[in-house]
Design a protein around this ligand. Sequence first.
Ligand code: SIN
Length: 543
Amino acid sequence: MKLGSEVDSFVDFLIMGAGVAGLRAAVELAAHGDVLVVTKESLGESNTHYAQGGIAVAMEGGEDVALHLEDTVNAGDGLVYRPAAELLVTEGPARVAELIEWGANFDREAGRLLKTREGAHSLARILHASGDATGAEISRSLVACARSHPRIHFAEWTMVTGLVKAGNRVAGADLASAGGPANGNSPQRVGTRAVLIASGGAGQVYSDTTNPAVATGDGIALAARAGAELADMEFYQFHPTALSIPGTPRFLLSEALRGEGAYLRNDCGERFMERYHALLELAPRDVVARAIAREGMDENGGVRPVYLDMRHVTGQGKDIDLHKRFPGISAFLAQYGLDLARDPIPVRPAAHYLMGGVRTDLAGRTSLGGLYAAGEAACTGVHGANRLASNSLLEGLVFGARAAQSMLADGLPLAAAGAPLAACTPLSGSESELLDVCVAKLQKSMWTCAGLLRDAATLREGLRAHAECDAGIEHLVQEGRGGRRLAEAQALSRVAHAILRSAMARAESRGAHFRNDYPQRNDADFQKHSVLRRDGRVVFEEW
Ligand code: SIN
C-alpha cells in the first residue's frame, strides 16, 4: 500500500506492528471496521517470525492448565500479575486451536501434536513447527488469514512517526516512509478511533541481541512521548544461549536444544549448572544466563568460552535426529563449520525479550484514551520479572485478541486528525555516520552498564553515556533532520533511558534484574511493579 494514494485520511483502527499480537488483533477488529496495519518492513519481518522454540500451551485442559499457571508464576520470581497469567493459560488453548483451524501446521506424530520442554516448565507442553521455525509458521498462517480479509489493509515499509492527540485521547497517527518500495512517499496523518501498539520489543537497545534490526522499541517510545505510562522496564530478559563467534550476529540457539538434552559446559569441560540450580540446564532463564555470564568471565575480566553440548544426545538409545529436529539451527551452524551432533557450540547470553513495556490493563487499555497495547510492547505483568520460555507467542494471541475486543467495546468516535506534518530533510552522509557512532555507543554502554549484572555505579555511568548520545540525536532532530534511522535512534534512546531509570530505582535483585549492590530479593519494599509516570517519576505499585 502506498502512502498518499490508497491510505484514507481516516481508518477505524490503526495497528502499529505486524507480529502475532498485531495480526491477531487485526483479524478480530476486521469484522467491525476497516483496519490499517502499519509495519516498517515487509509483512513477516518481526520478532514473531524469528521465534524458534515454540508456543507453550496447555492443550489437555484441567490440571495441565493449572500447572502452566504455576510454572508461569514461579518463573516470574514473585512479580507475575496472577490475573493476567490466569487469562494467558485459560484463554490460550482456544486461541491456539483457532490458529490451527486457520492453517497453522504444528509438528505431529501419528496425528498427535508433538510437544517439547524448555526451562522452568514442569512438563513438555511446547508446540513447535518445522522443528525450530515456530514463529515463522505462526506468522505465515496469521498473515494468510489477515490478507484474505477485505477490511484489513497493510502499509508496509511505513513507520509511525508520532501519535496524534485530540484533547486527552489518541485520535490518529503520523505515518512516513520507512525506506524500501515506499521511499519518497510524503508524510501522512491518519485519523482513527483507536491505535494499537503491537510493535514488539527493543532488543536493539543492547549491542548483543537475538532480535532483528527492526526491534527498536518504536511503539513503546511513541506511547511514552504521548504521555502513556510504562511499567517494569528494568526487566530485560537475556537469552542464555546465543551463538558466540566473533563478528557474527548473536543467532539464537533455542532453549528447546536444552529441552532435548543439551548440556552447558565451561572451558574445562565441566557441566557447571550443577553449581547453580537443581534444575540444571532447565533452570529459569535468568539463572542460566547469569551462570553462563559468570562462567564466561576470567579473573581479569577476560572472556572464557562456554559451550552448548549435544554430542551425548544422539546415538545413546535416544531416538533423535538433531538435524531433522532443528533444521534451521543446523543449517545456520553449518555456515560456520559447526554441527550439533559433533561439535560443542560456543554460546553467550544476549538481550532477547522485554518483560516491561507500555502499561496496560487486562484488556490492553493503556493510561491514555484511544491508545491500546499488546504483545511484547505491552506490560500486563503476565511475565513478572522473568518470562517463562515460549509464553510470548501465546501472550501475543491472547492479549492481541483481548485488546481488539476492548477497542471495539470502547466505541470511540473518529476525531479530527489535522494536517499532516511537513517532510523532514534526510540525514547527510556525515550526519548518518555520526548517528551510527552515537547509537553504537548507546548500545555498548547499555550492555556494559545495564546488562545481566548492574549496580548503582554502572547505572550512573549508563545514564551519563545516555545523556551524551541523546544530545547528539536530539541535535539532529532540532536541525529538522528526519527519516527512519533517526526515528529509530530516538526510540532506542527513550527506551534506554526508561530501562536505566527503572533499574536504578529497583534497589534489589529479582528475575532478570540483578544488582551486584543489592544481590537479594526484597519483597518488603519491592514486590511491586515499577511504573514510569508521565511526569518522569518512577514509582512502585502493587497490582
Ligand atoms: C527459544 O527458542 O529459546 C526462544 C523461545 C522464547 O524466547 O520463548
